[in-house]
Write a protein of this length. Structure first.
Length: 737
């Protein structure tokens, strides 16, 4: 097989606003033994963190020069960075700076607008005035809003007023005055108080299903919930005040390249939504996503109030085996081996993550505060943490009295460089070999929510199901065309195949699904067209391009468009399933066609390929499936609810009078529960036996006899999945011809 390790097919995520989001989470996966260490002092927080006004980073000039060269000469569109493109980039910059319109005033926008057609000139000169003027104004507005929010939350809020909050920022303008901005924040805070009070009251309800309680360690214990409505409203305000104070403090301390990155990415996204500049910290997280492993302690963290909180401990990892770090613990300070501790008060999560990660065998000391308020210091030896959920897994599945089928779930098209690194293509090959030996009656290849990955693995995986032949065509900006083929004669599996997709299946997933559909080698079953990302990105190492003089990160840049063997692109249109099942996310506008500046669909000539001698009629398969779905207690209900949710999605004015808000909330909650049922409560209709070759490796029992139950949870979720249940029915119809 051809290995194209530099070509990456990735589902790009939309840029988020700088407005205070929900608590961010960051994976700190890792592993091994640990020892305790002596405690070290930590001073209590004193006052708020002052705003930081940074001078331009000396790396910016090199960054700008290199990016202009790459974007103009290597990007698929080969567009010149000029005044019209600058104006598009300016709109993107405002969106990145304050997309929620909760900080800047109209006067700030107008002041920045004088740079709207000068972004190209600033990039060429290496002097990014707009970036720094925008950051300066944003920091000043954060100071104002910080005080404003603190004042609003210091007194009771009126939750009876017949008024509304518009929650779609595209339907509002920048506030003209601080009074208007204050009113906007007041309404937003009233909504958040309503939500928190309702959550507390739900926990006080003696009839509640305790199994539905939030497992998050930050959930307020029932005993600590105030008994009066006034007390609950006050606690909601106090908790919000603390949370916002921490968020605003972090917003006032941006990273050294953050301002430049915002401007650069505003320009990049004006070309297409998948060209993205990744500063060094983001590049590290990207590498983890692509390889499925990292070196650290094995914990998932998030920002909470002024500190960093542990959300989850990865089973089998160093922290898990150590036993003294747990969900709900707050990390107060971090000390690398042989170094003084660094307090994490109001520190950005990526900075804390960077300190905690480290090479296998080294030790990191954490000063933590337990949920009880007790403080202690622990020392954990880092190790390589394998994120097993990122790798392909397989099982044998059957219905009662029915034939056995193979099931393979591929969460991404991962791969890594060097000896011992796993790849999606090779993992699937091994799993198919096991399933072939078990003589399963058919195989499901589940690519749902698979956002893509490495192109070479998509080609390899397709080759496991076809004898040999072309898999995908690519064309660059100069019109040069290349056909990537499966060059290895022979198949890993010869029986019937179904590929499962959804609207979040993208890129490499679409290559595999599209090729197997074109060859008529598989029936594609999904909840609608796939994402529609038909472009190829590569990573340009900016450090290498600039001679290693500065740590700049990488540019993920769109360089090609890919096409099916029929010559049709998947860009915007995606892969349309042969059999369509109800979509629990059908009310959400998602997909390439919904993204700003998405590259247009196009077509090139087809290539010769030999179709599989399929014995099934896809139209008949779809017809039979629709009849079953209409009678299914879960799938049928989802289909009936989607239209209600789509209409409700257009209603973005939320009432703030408590009675009206609760009525709207109840209606929406009931509809969402119908569209996305709790499958843990559904009957287990399938027999599932995970392959011994695919689950997470066995780990030593943790403290207090803790065991790794991820494999059991995965098995149980498959047994209750109605989409897999119906896909088995479709495989049965395929066999019956």
């Amino acid at each position: 097989m051809r290995r194209l390790s530099t070509l990456l097919l990735l589902l790009a995520v939309g840029c988020s606003s700088k407005a205070p989001p929900s608590a961010a989470e960051s994976p700190l996966r890792t592993s091994p033994s640990a020892t305790t260490a002596s405690t070290f002092p930590l001073a209590p927080p004193a006052g708020s963190t002052p705003s930081v006004t940074r001078n331009p980073d000396p790396r910016e000039a090199a960054l700008a020069e290199t990016l202009v060269h790459l974007l103009e000469r290597e990007h698929l569109l080969r567009k010149k960075l000029d005044d019209p493109l600058s104006k598009e980039a300016f709109d993107n910059f405002l969106q990145r700076l304050d997309g929620s319109k909760m900080f800047l005033l109209a006067a700030d926008r107008d002041a920045l607008a004088r740079y709207a057609d000068k972004i190209d000139d600033q990039l060429r000169s290496g002097s990014l005035q707009l970036a720094h003027e925008g950051a300066k104004r944003y920091a000043a507005r954060v100071e104002v809003v910080d005080k404003m929010v603190a004042e609003l939350l210091a007194a009771p809020l009126d939750l009876t007023n017949e008024e509304f909050l518009e929650v779609d920022p595209e339907k509002v303008q920048f506030a003209a005055t601080e009074d208007e901005l204050r009113d906007r924040w007041r309404r937003r805070l009233e909504l958040e108080v309503l939500e928190r009070v309702a959550s507390m009251e739900a926990r006080l309800d003696p009839k509640r299903d305790k199994s539905e309680d939030d497992e998050d360690a930050t959930t307020i214990p029932v005993a600590k919930i105030p008994k009066t409505p006034e007390g609950r409203e006050q606690k909601a305000r106090e908790d919000l005040a603390k949370a916002y104070a921490g968020r605003f403090a972090r917003l006032r301390t941006p990273g050294p390249l953050d301002a430049a990155a915002d401007l650069v990415n505003a320009v990049a996204s004006a070309l297409d939504p998948h060209t993205t500049y990744l500063p060094p910290a983001d590049k590290a997280n990207f590498d983890i996503h692509m390889s499925g492993s990292l070196e650290g302690i094995g914990a998932v963290l998030r920002e909470r109030d002024h500190y960093i909180e542990v959300v989850e401990i990865v089973p089998g990892g160093a922290a898990w085996r150590h036993g003294r770090l747990g969900p709900g613990d707050v990390i107060l300070a971090v000390a690398a081996e042989g170094k003084e501790p660094v307090e994490t008060l109001d520190m950005r999560i990526d900075e804390v993550v960077k300190m905690i990660r480290g090479p296998k065998g080294t030790t990191v000391r954490l000063r933590i505060q337990k949920p009880t308020g007790a403080e202690e210091t622990i020392s954990i030896t880092r190790d390589v943490v394998v994120i097993e959920e990122a790798y392909a897994r397989a099982a044998v599945i059957s219905k009662k009295g029915g034939p056995a089928y193979g099931y393979i779930h591929v969460p991404s098209f991962y791969g890594g460089q060097g000896k011992g690194k796993r790849s999606a293509g090779e993992d699937v090959r091994k799993l198919l070999a096991v399933l072939e030996k078990k003589k399963v009656a058919g195989v499901i290849l589940d690519l749902r929510s698979n956002g893509g990955g490495i192109l070479g693995d998509a080609i390899d995986m397709t080759g496991h199901f076809i004898d040999k032949g072309p898999v995908v065509q690519v064309q660059d900006s100069r019109g040069r065309r290349e056909v990537h083929e499966d060059e290895d004669k022979g198949l890993e599996y010869t029986g019937p195949v179904v590929v499962m997709v959804d609207r979040f299946s993208a890129s490499a997933s679409e290559i595999v699904a599209g090729a197997l559909q074109d060859y008529q080698r598989a029936v594609v079953v999904g909840t609608g067209p796939t994402h529609g990302k038909g472009t190829v990105q590569t990573l340009a190492d900016l450090d290498r391009l600039t001679g290693g003089k500065a740590e700049l990160g990488v540019l993920k840049i769109t360089i090609q468009q890919f096409f099916r063997v029929t010559g049709a692109s998947t860009q915007r249109k995606g892969v349309v399933p042969d059999v369509v099942l109800p979509d629990p996310a059908g009310h959400i506008d998602a997909g390439e066609r919904e993204l700003d500046h998405a590259i247009e669909w196009s077509q090139i000539p087809a290539v010769d390929y030999e179709k599989w001698p399929a014995t099934w009629n896809t139209a008949l398969l779809a017809q039979k499936s629709a009849l079953r779905v209409a009678k299914h207690p879960i799938l049928g209900k989802i289909a009936q609810t989607t239209e209600f949710l789509r209409k409700r999605q257009q209603d973005t004015r939320v009432p703030l009078a408590r009675a009206a808000w609760e009525k709207r909330r109840t209606e929406l909650r009931d509809a969402l529960e119908a569209a996305s049922p709790d499958l843990t409560k559904a009957p287990a209709k399938l027999n599932v036996t995970p392959l011994a070759e695919s689950p997470a490796p066995a780990t030593a029992p943790g403290p207090a006899g803790k065991t790794d139950d991820r494999g059991m949870k995965w098995r149980d979720s498959l047994a209750r999945d109605p989409w897999i249940e119906e896909t088995l029915n479709i495989l049965g119809d395929m066999a019956r011809k």
